[in-house]
Ligand binder design. Sequence first.
Ligand code: SF4
Length: 375
Amino acid sequence: MTVMHSNGDIPHATDVPNCTADLSIEDVKQELYNRHHPSLTFLDIEAHAKTIHKIRTLKQKHNVVMLGHNYMEPLVFGLSAKEEQGDSLGLSMYAANTEAPYLIFNGVPFMAETAKILNPSKTVLVADKTAGCSLADNFGAEDVRELKSLYPGAPVMIYINSYADAKAESDICCTSANAAHIAKTMPGDTLIFVPDIFFAQNLEEELRGEKNIVYPGKDNMARGAVCEVHEKFTLDDLISIRESFEIPKGHAHRKLYAHWECRPDVLKEADFYGSTSQIMKDIAERVAENELERAFVASECELTSNLAQEFPEVQFWTACSVRCSHMARVNLNKITNILEAIDQKADISEFEITLSPEIIDKARAPIERMLEASA
Ligand code: SF4
């Protein structure tokens, strides 16, 4: 695992403005330089300014909402305005309320499916429909049905990181931010949680004595999955990161964070664990109190790149080898291809997310139940 650090002496980032009407390529370059992003080099900016200018011009011309997941590389993430950035559920909820005719979801297809389910009249597009996900790809509707037959009568709570067909077979959705809360609202002593096995084990620990969490592989042969990115972090890695970068356990101003999708022993070792949004909130609160000087986040490495821009006061160390190969398939050239196709009124089917009305109806119910339960 290769680990790098950000420069702690960088001025605050400049938000990318929505309006690009009169911006020249030189203006775009200057904006990129003004971001003082620790991961953006002179070469990145000089090589990509022209493409970014084109994307921003076409985005505005066609009134496109461009949603940017936190795991996007900085140049792609920066194409989205602040309110268009976030995690998969936050972005889908934003998408649900937009009037824009086109939504480009810079993430993987299961995320864009949720946006489509919540706003089916809109055209939802992704840069690469072949981009997968080790969680969503390895778990489908048939797997939900098998677990339901093993535990008759037990409700099914499904992680939002899944495809619509699996959601359609489930009772309620959850995110890593609300899973424990949602689980407690479900009837009965036993709850089936799918598909993430590490997440399930972490939830089981969190709810021990309150709810019996059953999941794929726990006393059964059902198929489950893990996030291939968060799986990479081991307890030994975290101990070694603590030693190498002087982040001792319990230090007042140095923190080691881990995402819910990591292994249970990694969560136990972390100073704070949670969803992406919970980790970001904790960092923001500590920064506001001037209480965070150094941090390592056991999650996708571009999340740390984007955090390093948002919180330049903090010295972030990042595992640059822990990159989601699926998310990394989204790039500036592919995004340009979508916008050019829209501009030329060409066929956009290779980018468009389509779901049958039946699946949209069935998959929307568990998402809406989650939104009601977390309100
Ligand atoms: S990081 Fe990649 S593999 Fe992991 S859940 Fe997200 S999209 Fe899937």
